[in-house]
Ligand binder design. Structure first.
Ligand code: HEC
Length: 193
């Protein structure tokens, strides 16, 4: 009897610990985790490239030139490393690239994030939505200081010129720090486990 009591006690101690951890720090579900991981991979790659270009040229012009021609290719290369059935897009209500125009579900989620920001209930955490069996994981993107170089209110005329050349219908300027810029959305097909 004594012999089995000890492992049982240890097991319940671990379990109690888990429960405690769960209440303070909720665990992400495997689907959400999968989406967030892919989103982080793309985010890190884009950030690394923009940062390098901004170090070469602080005005942001080099980075602007680079982004306006290379984002699609960088995204496609990162996507090769995602698990099968997982894709990541960027969306925004005020989009720069037509390819990032939100669909109706995207718009609903973006409006929800926006509402939460206005009502001060916003938390920078992912939202999970099921769209006909495809799971979508949304991670909101807020404007930080660096973003305002290319998305802000007082954009350097040289940068503004490049934006106009590449994106004549650009809607993605006029933002201030802390605004909702858009979201990254991972789509996970149901078969992908
Ligand atoms: C050097 C200029 C530059 C900086 C700095 C920059 N962006 Fe952008 N951003 C762009 C360009 C160019 C595009 C369009 C890329 C494309 O063609 O897909 C873009 C597109 C986006 C998109 C996709 C939606 C859309 O409008 O097409 C999001 C979201 C975004 N940026 C968020 C941010 C955030 C958040 C930051 C700061 C962390 C940031 N950007 C900093 C230039 C920049």
């Amino acid at each position: 009897m004594k012999k089995i009591m000890i492992p049982m006690l240890i097991a319940s101690a671990i379990y109690a610990n888990d429960v405690e951890n769960n209440t303070t720090k909720p665990q992400l579900s495997p689907t959400v985790l999968k989406g967030v991981t892919a989103i982080k991979m793309l985010g890190a790659e884009l950030k690394k490239n923009v940062k390098a270009k901004l170090q070469e040229d602080k005005s942001g012009l080099e980075a602007m030139n680079f982004c306006s021609t290379n984002v699609a290719e960088i995204s496609a290369n990162v996507a090769k490393k995602f698990p099968e059935g997982v894709t990541v897009r960027r969306v925004a209500s005020k989009y720069r690239n037509e390819a990032n125009k939100p669909d109706s579900v995207d718009t609903e989620v973006l409006e929800q994030f926006q509402k939460e920001l206005e009502e001060k209930t916003f938390e920078k955490k992912p939202k999970l939505v099921d769209v006909n069996g495809t799971k979508r994981v949304y991670v909101p993107l807020l404007v930080s200081k660096v973003c305002t170089k290319c998305h802000g209110q007082n954009i350097d005329p040289k940068i503004a010129k490049v934006i106009k050349e590449h994106y004549p219908n650009d809607k993605a300027t006029g933002f201030k720090e802390g605004d909702l810029r858009g979201a990254m959305v991972a789509e996970i097909k149901e078969e992908s486990k």
